[in-house]
Design a protein around this ligand. Structure first.
Ligand SMILES: Cc1cc2nc3c(=O)[nH]c(=O)nc-3n(C[C@H](O)[C@H](O)[C@H](O)COP(=O)(O)OP(=O)(O)OC[C@H]3O[C@@H](n4cnc5c(N)ncnc54)[C@H](O)[C@@H]3O)c2cc1C
Length: 491
């Protein structure tokens, strides 16, 4: 059979990322899989996102409650909601899971930061289900996402950690210890009763499933921080409002309200009390790098529209013919390439780490049991028991060492704050150079500027990420302790 000819977008990707071109010499199938993902994202941008993004942004300023489900349904065709779901349960997450996510997110955000976030926030919601090794829910929730996506129905997830009185504080062990926590998940017979609010949750108002972190004792949040799986139709759970956002408007930031919501024991991901290590630090170690790629995509989109603007003639002159504009364009491209090397160094390192665990025969052997049996009650009771979870811990501990996880967190935080700051610099400079122009390109760049701002805030503000990087890489005072066999591994 003749080999498929690579598209122009695919060839450009390999030129922009020479490290991928070099890896392709050794692993053509794996890297061609990444190229295909980016080609798909480029096609989705061209056919769905670009024609609607500006109009959608304006509409959501007037109607912040509106959500474009059609665009989500059309994303199903490319299976973007399965990007973080391992292949063994039918998802697309290959041995380049983190890199695939980062590259797709850059591509999507080059067209619209909001649509890119709507898709990325879903994978962030999926991540704790994967990282906790809660295979019971792989066979139910993740299986449902994959199967419904194939039919064109997006089943979305979201990740909720921020509370009205604790944002930065819930992202760092030292701060969580002193945080003023509002939500509590009180232990009762057979589960937990949850009361309180979460806020600014990306995609929270659309999510069918939620991964939630909460204290089981508000006076000792660090020791009792726990990750739960929440289902939208649980009694007492609601999403009363969404924010009017300055940027990335296509993705809602929602407030979530829990009024005596009962969450059964089976919906604790990992162990009670391991939420800081398992539910936050390991997730942030994986996901802050892709936030860097969100920022990079927004910056690249801004750059491309600015470049188009510089080529247009005004009063017989083209801005691109001036040296000061040419130098600005060179600076902007340098910022984009710097971003890419930062997020790629995180993602390739992360893939090397996770690949060992998720491709190990011991792990894969669990999936030799037929799906119906795996999803059955007796099997799930065993997997969800103290010892079942302990076995998963042993596997994770064996493959993912504390130092490697901590190094990944450092690289993730570095990529996050540096890429976000570069995106603000780039889009801001482009706007200044364009001046009071009312061209369509300026509207795109202005949107990119507003979209970029939010990447400095979420997944920990850039201040917090600078501190996390310093503590993990330079001072060695922040260390992830991967939960051990039958242990919580708080930090
Ligand atoms: C668009 C958007 C999407 C979001 N999506 C999600 C989501 O999906 N899930 C979720 O759980 N959360 C989400 N968030 C919340 C986000 O993670 C928090 O806004 C962020 O962690 C900051 O918390 P805060 O808003 O409470 O600010 P604060 O913590 O009150 O911080 C205010 C300022 O003080 C600084 N600061 C605070 N403490 C320190 C310190 N110790 N040292 C130095 N500086 C400090 C901060 O850097 C910041 O500049 C989202 C936020 C936004 C804006």
């Amino acid at each position: 059979m003749a080999a498929k000819v690579m598209s122009e977008r695919g060839r450009k990707l390999l030129l922009d990322f020479p490290v991928l071109a070099a890896l392709r010499e050794h692993d053509r199938k794996g890297i061609d899989g990444l190229v295909k993902l980016v080609e798909d994202a480029a096609e989705y941008n061209r056919t769905v996102v670009i024609p609607r993004a500006l109009e959608l942004d304006e509409r959501m300023e007037r109607e912040p409650d509106y959500f474009d489900w059609d665009m989500m349904r059309e994303a199903c065709k490319y299976r973007f909601f399965s990007l973080a779901i391992p292949e063994v349960v039918g998802g697309l997450a290959s041995k380049y899971m983190v890199t695939g996510m980062a590259l797709v997110v850059e591509e999507l955000c080059s067209a619209c930061g909001g649509i890119g976030l709507a898709i990325a926030a879903h994978s962030l919601g999926v991540a704790p289900v994967i990282a906790s090794g809660a295979m019971v829910h792989w066979d139910t929730v993740l299986h449902e996402i994959v199967e419904e996506e194939k039919k064109g129905n997006p089943v979305l997830m979201a990740y909720a950690i921020t509370e009205p009185s604790a944002g930065t504080d819930v992202e760092e062990p030292e701060f969580l210890e002193m945080a003023k926590i509002g939500m509590e998940a009180k232990k009762v017979k057979g589960g937990y009763r949850v009361n309180g609010r979460k806020c600014f949750i990306s995609g929270g108002s659309e999510a069918k499933y939620l991964t939630l972190t909460a204290a089981t004792d508000r006076s000792r949040p660090l020791e009792t921080w726990t990750t739960f799986l929440v289902e939208r139709d649980m009694d007492g759970y609601s999403t009363p409002r969404v924010e009017l956002k300055m940027g990335q408007r296509a993705c809602h930031a929602a407030e979530l309200l829990f009024e005596d919501v009962f969450i059964p024991d089976s919906h604790v991901l990992g162990y009670e009390g391991d939420g800081m290590a398992n539910g936050i630090l390991i997730i942030m170690a994986a996901s802050r790098g892709p936030v860097g790629s969100i920022a990079t995509g927004i910056a690249r989109g801004g750059f491309e529209h600015f470049l188009a603007w510089t080529r247009e003639s005004r009063d017989g002159k083209r801005p691109i013919d001036e040296d000061r504009i040419r130098m600005a364009l060179a600076d902007m491209w340098a910022a984009i390439q710097e971003n890419r090397s930062l997020y790629l160094s995180h993602s390739l390192g992360g893939d090397a780490l996770f690949r060992n665990a998720f491709t190990h025969p011991l792990f894969l052997s669990a999936f030799l049991v037929p799906h119906q049996v795996r999803a059955s009650k007796p099997y799930s009771t065993i997997l969800n028991s103290y010892y079942g979870k302990g076995l998963v811990n042993i596997l994770f501990r064996y493959f993912i060492k504390d130092d490697d996880a901590t190094d990944m967190l450092a690289k993730a935080s570095l990529a996050k704050f540096a890429c976000a700051d570069n995106a603000m610099y780039l889009t801001g400079r482009a706007l200044e150079l364009m001046g009071m122009d009312d061209s369509p390109q300026r509207r795109w760049v202005e949107k990119a500027y507003r979209d970029a701002k939010l990447t400095q805030i979420y997944e920990g503000t850039n201040q917090l990420n600078r501190l996390a990087f310093f503590n993990a890489e330079i001072a060695n005072t922040l260390k992830i302790e991967v939960p051990g066999p039958f242990k919580k591994g708080v930090r």
